[in-house]
Ligand binder design. Structure first.
Ligand code: 6PG
Length: 478
């Protein structure tokens, strides 16, 4: 009998191709297929020496190359193209086979597809994969959802190709149906928040201290030696240090300042709104990208008055870079706290039993938000006493206690200088909102009752009440 593959990848754009190579490099015979065969041939010609690839020209050939139960990874565009590929292959599969969607699909689509395929006995495994092109090849962080049975058949192969930290693979079963894509979506939301915070730190150093990108690159390099050590800080230093070949200017100064997005950050916020989870830092990051893209509005606003103070001097200037480091660290903790809250809320809503400690563990390597402090997050959720919020875990409570004076100074200074810091400010407001014993929400309840008889609850008695605002202002239990 001809050789068969343990796993197959269809969709050989850069992510799919690199994933296929990663399987092959780990000794797994991999069947490869693409809508246009040229890509399949090119992969085998260029990288055939890295392992055993079995190329297929048609969907039928591809499926026939897979050993049962068939493990078929699809790496195509989210949305309609994914549905089309699923339909094409599902018709050729048998009960017990698995379709793995490794793209950035919306978890609600994944849930729908999982139900539809389950009815036909096929496992549908929505899998978050993070790490970009390089991660896919050298070891990504992998977040599979789907049934426990599918993980039993698939998990060991995925764990093989995942990044490893201290020998632990950055891959674990997140939970059933859409859990994997949900976790990946929140990963991307945190990614947006983290990128925005880093961008604000750069902007502050530039505008408050007049530092040039190449000098700021050095600051980031130093920060990367400490508690902020992370992939995003590391690449920020590289980007800031880069000089534009054409004009010799700093690269970052010749790039248009309009941030684009493919949509996963937006999904995180939309979903958080539905779940009622305040992911304000992530939302501000999405909105900051959106604001940057409104070129005409920004042009029209150029004449608007700003503050008179331009830059810092004296002692204020001397301690500012250190203050920004502390503000960045504290705000970053808030971004993760919000993201983890959303994962817990999603898990409760959809019955997924996602373990935040496991999520932190598999985000330690391979993914875009990999960072030294994920070890601390994992520890916080592995402790016997689970924290209600990441912010109330001892380590992070102490970290913020140490950073908060600087954090407050940075937000105040930014406001004074007119430098926008939606990420830092939202994170600080969230922190202060959570720890406030009383919030002005009480007044909002009063307003709602005034104009709409929406009722309110009292601090000293049970049940809803309404005050007769337009009459004699007597209060009635409702
Ligand atoms: C990853 C990334 C990746 C994402 C890009 C671009 O984890 O490897 O999150 O999945 O597609 O970061 O995202 P935006 O275009 O939305 O910025």
């Amino acid at each position: 009998m001809a050789e068969r593959a343990r796993i197959g990848v269809t969709g050989l754009a850069v992510m799919g191709r690199n994933l296929a190579r990663n399987f092959a490099r780990h000794g797994h015979t991999v069947a490869v297929h693409n809508r246009t065969s040229a890509k399949t041939r090119a992969l085998v010609e260029e990288f055939g020496g890295e392992g055993t690839f079995l190329p297929a020209d048609t969907a039928e050939e591809f499926v026939a190359l897979l050993e049962p139960p068939r493990r078929l990874v699809i790496m195509v565009k989210a949305g309609a193209p994914t549905d089309a590929v699923i339909d094409e292959f599902a018709a050729l599969l048998e009960p017990g086979d698995m379709i793995v969607d490794g793209g950035n699909a919306h978890f609600a689509d994944t849930r729908r597809r999982e139900v539809a395929l389950r009815e036909r006995g096929i496992h549908f495994v929505g899998t978050g994969i993070s790490g970009g092109e390089e991660g896919a090849l050298l070891g990504p962080s992998i977040m599979p959802g789907g049934s426990p049975e599918s993980y039993a058949a698939l998990g060991p192969i995925l764990e093989d190709i995942a990044a490893k930290v201290d020998g632990v693979p950055c891959c674990a079963h997140m939970g059933p149906d859409g859990a994997g894509h949900f976790v990946k979506m929140v990963h991307n939301g945190i990614e947006y928040a983290d990128m925005q915070l880093i961008a604000e730190a750069y902007d502050l150093l530039n505008r408050a201290l007049g530092m040039q990108p190449v000098q700021i690159a050095e600051v980031f390099k130093t920060w990367n030696l400490g508690r902020l050590e992370s992939y995003l800080i590391e690449i920020t230093a590289e980007v800031l240090a880069h000089t534009d070949a054409a004009g010799g200017k700093a690269f970052v100064d010749v790039v248009q300042d309009r941030a684009e997005q493919k949509g996963t950050g937006r999904w995180t916020v939309q979903t958080a709104l539905d779940l009622g989870v305040p992911v304000s830092g992530i939302a501000e990051a999405v909105f900051a990208r959106s604001l940057s893209g409104h070129a005409e509005l920004r042009a029209a606003a150029q004449g608007l008055p700003g503050p008179t103070r331009g830059t810092l001097d004296g002692d204020d200037a001397d301690r500012f870079a250190d203050d920004v480091e502390q503000a960045l660290y504290a705000s970053k903790i808030v971004a993760y706290a919000q993201g983890i809250h959303q994962i817990q809320a999603g898990s409760a809503e959809y019955d997924w039993s996602i373990d935040p400690g496991t999520v932190a563990e598999i985000w330690r390597g391979g993914c875009i938000i990999r960072a030294r402090f994920l070890d601390r997050i994992r520890e916080a959720y592995e402790a016997e006493q689970k924290p209600d919020s990441l912010l109330t875990a001892d380590y992070f409570r102490n970290a913020i206690a140490g950073a908060q004076d600087a954090w407050r100074r940075v937000v105040a200074t930014a406001a004074e200088l007119g430098v926008p810091t939606p990420g830092f400010a939202a994170a600080l407001s969230y922190y202060d909102g959570l720890r406030s014993p009383r919030l002005p929400a009480a007044l909002i309840q009063g307003q709602r009752d005034f104009f709409g008889a929406h009722t309110y609850r009292r601090v000293d008695r049970e049940g809803p009440f309404h005050t007769d605002w337009s009459g004699d202002r007597t209060e009635h239990a409702v």
